[in-house]
Design a binder for this molecule. Structure first.
Ligand code: GAR
Length: 223
């Protein structure tokens, strides 16, 4: 089997990236991590990438001189290091339209809530969990979805629920959700590698990928 080649965009700690790297090492995920880009020079995701022997790049409007420069650099990287999938792992910026166009229907994101709830501009990281706690939701969860030009709006591939313990604060909820993310993202990448999720050529964002219903059924049986 030819391993799935993927690149990562990350802004922070990169625990989701680490969980993917661990699954590659354990043999669960037939994939090759090619490079990581971060807009933040201090992102631990860059260190994790170097430790795993992949390419790590800090790219921002400061390093490139402008937002246009960032877009050119990203496109150059994608051209020099072809990948099957671009994986957003705690990436706090919008993916430039030119990059989405170049990697049509091949960009995925993990969001720490059950979209469409608690999604969209302003809902990222801890803020999501604070809103969940304030809303007294019984459940929150993880959504892995395709990326389009709007925040948290693309076709949903996988959702998994997390029960919000009574009286839990945002930090606790965030931890529980993060654990579920770590057990979910690699499964979606494996589904791409195995052909259970397939990118299409469609311009309809609701049909960005075709999902094998048997795979979805198997995923629904996980806790
Ligand atoms: C994760 O919870 C991820 O879902 C969230 O940021 C965290 C990054 O953690 N992403 C967003 O909120 C994007 N809208 P990590 O850097 O340890 O993987």
């Amino acid at each position: 089997m030819i391993p799935l080649r993927f690149a990562v965009l990350a802004s922070g700690g990169g625990s989701n990236l680490q969980a993917l790297l661990d699954r590659i090492r354990s043999g669960d995920l037939p994939a090759e991590h090619v490079f990581t880009v971060s807009n933040n020079s201090q992102a631990k995701a860059l260190e994790r990438t170097r430790n795993a022997g992949a390419l790590a790049f800090h790219i921002s409007s400061k390093t490139e001189g402008s937002e246009e420069g960032v877009v050119s650099k990203l496109l150059e990287l994608i051209d020099h290091h072809p990948v099957d999938l671009l994986v957003l792992a705690g990436y706090m910026k919008k993916v430039p339209p030119a990059v989405l166009h170049r990697l049509k229907n091949r960009v995925v994101n993990v969001h720490p809530a059950l979209l469409p709830s608690f999604g969209g501009a302003g809902f990222y990281g801890e803020r999501v969990h604070e809103a969940v706690v304030q809303s007294r939701c019984e459940f929150t969860g993880v959504t892995i979805h395709m990326v389009n030009e709007n925040y948290d709006d693309g076709q949903i591939i996988l959702q998994r629920k997390v029960r919000v313990p009574a009286g839990a604060d945002a930090k606790t909820v965030g931890q529980l959700v993060l654990e579920k993310e770590h057990d979910s993202y690699w499964r979606v990448l494996k589904a791409f590698a195995d052909g259970d999720v397939v990118s299409t050529d469609s311009d309809n964002p609701a049909e960005a990928v075709r999902i094998n219903p048997e795979w979805l059924q198997r995923m629904s049986e996980l806790d």
